[in-house]
Design a protein around this ligand. Sequence first.
Ligand code: ZN
Ligand code: ZN
Ligand code: FE
Length: 757
Amino acid sequence: MNADRGRCRLLVRGVVQGVGFRPFVYSTAAELALTGSVSNDSAGVIIDIEGAPAALREFTERLRHRPPPLAVIESIERSELPVRGGTGFHIAGTTRGSGRTLASPDVAICADCARELTDPADRRYRHPFINCTNCGPRFTIIASLPYDRDRTSMADFAMCRRCAREYHDPADRRFHAQPIACPDCGPALDYSIADTDDPLAAARKMLREGGILAVKGIGGYHLACDATDEDAVALLRARKRRGDKPFAVMVADRATAGTIARIDGDAAAILSSPQRPILLLPRGTRPLAAAVAPGNRDLGVMLAYTPLHLLLFGLPGDPPGPDVLVMTSANLGGEPICYTDDDAAQRLPELADAVLGHNRRILVPCDDSVVRVVDGEELPIRRSRGYAPLPLALPTPAAPTVAVGADVKNTCAVADGRYAWLSQHIGDMDDLATLHAFEAAERHLEELTGVRPQRLAADAHPGYRSSAWAHRSAGERPVHSVQHHHAHIAAVMGEHGLPDTATVTGIAFDGTGFGTDRAIWGGEVLAAGYKGFRRLAHLAYVPQPGGDASVHRPYRMALAHLHAAGIDWSEAIASVAACPSDERRVLIHQLETGLGCVPTSSMGRLFDAVASLAGVRHRVDYEAQAAIELEGLARDVTPEHAYRFAIIDPDADGPARISPAPVLAAVVADALAGVDAGLIGARFHAAVAELIVDAARRFGEPGVPVALSGGVFQNALLLSLARHRLAEKGFHVITHHRVPPNDGGLAFGQLLAAGAQ
Ligand code: ZN
Ligand code: ZN
Ligand code: FE
């Protein structure tokens, strides 16, 4: 044929099905006057395309760099074909092979739908369920794959003629948008109080008047109230039985977010991304009710991510209402999120003054995600709505495996071949309801991915409910026990695609993890690969008296550390004064005899102890509260020097010990001299960063990357300091960007560690 034409076949792999990819290909081809076809098969999307070479190049370029927002392009394979001279471009059907299609996460309302929502001339004007192939619910409405409307909770709604026409038109933005809906055929709102024609107006009135409103969202019910109304927020805390743990807030747009929080370019991009996570941001100039996030320098902010949320804030012409809403999951502290209507009917009346609901069922619970930005990069704190169940690429192919995670911030994960899938956030496994939520999430993950696990991976902790579940459910299949901190380090290695032969110097700092010697570990320096690890050094053991009591009352850990460091319990020390004298008597007995004590090398507990010694906080209401407040105070202070840990060489073959004694002595001296808690905090953060550098230099090998993981690295100040200091010394540092450094990322690490066995 003629030389000014070319033809090729492109195989596109990744998350490319059910995300509007074929309509995108169709319209791009049409725009560039290319001919051919596009179809799905088990491997991905196959494009047969023909036309002018420049247009073909432009086409591939757009595929690679401007795909639809939900698509994740993993690879494009290209093969040349003989020119055929066809006409037109068409979308071919799906050839269902034995491969798997990848389910998409839920996606925030797109700009096009948001525009239609506010356009009085549009037929979906003010429709709370407007969506298209680029946006809307996915993960939370899918019962099983393949992703077709009849396998989602939209099966309850028959499409009207106009919706059906859009659904079948390849050129339409709603081509094969499974949740497609309009006011004629879609779900409808309802309001729990009296009969009203306008549930939204009634709900907005409730919020305006300081009431607490339950709102049915994407992955469950939220409780909402005016975030500037002190009484409303305090009442919400009382009803939820929630102490000090911060609430997140929601606003309608970026401009409003900019008044309550300081937002730079990197933060703005994440805030308005299709995932719309809760972003932890420094507070702005406009104050909110003190009870929103007591004692916290940051604020969790998210943008409205469903059409219903946008309507709740009001469109032009609506009576004004609150423009900042507390948005917290509708459940009592510790319980899983409420998402079914039956559950809502039972649990919500005592929590909310009214319920704004609707008749589209939520099939899968999914909490909001939480993200931090550190040095311009994303640090996941909770990976859930908007991210789950996006696959994570594995560095080496895996046999079908399920990993059950840890008992706090639980997530589970499955792997098969080149992919792993991490579940949504499940929660703390301390009650039956959460165990049931875990079982449901695990089953659904298997269903969505088609993975039939041949083996299991679990934490080595003998008391974990997650591990017990693994052993109970294993049957004939093997269960691999993975040491907690090894799993943390494997997770960050896997996230960076390190090959199976790689080794790192792993710095695993967290609150609690079961050690191979049955002590509570948490200040660990490991020489680690996926297959195994060697413990190079650890924070010197101190007795943790009375387990949980010492987590809730940091002054106890402070006293334990003082005792271990040989520092007298002087009344002048804040932590000593905070400890009632009866408790002190019991404590000294425990510490001297070891009665009711477990040895711990926890870095998280050391942060607690220092926060207490500096007078920041002696009792906590939620995990890491004392450390978070210490970080907040230390953030803007530049210490002219750092405290110093002492590294004590091992007697024989064992690990070195890191003694915090000199740090504690300096903290106490500073506190007694009246040094500001912020400066003590800054000197302490600098000390921990220096310790990491020292450990890397002393124990690491040249060219071996330093991997930072564990819950302590949610601390943005420490993470940033450590990363910079290590980089200055020429180390290659790897940290988390895709899975959380806390136990929410543990299941991913367990998969990788088990896979290497
Ligand atoms: Zn849309
Ligand atoms: Zn319709
Ligand atoms: Fe951990």
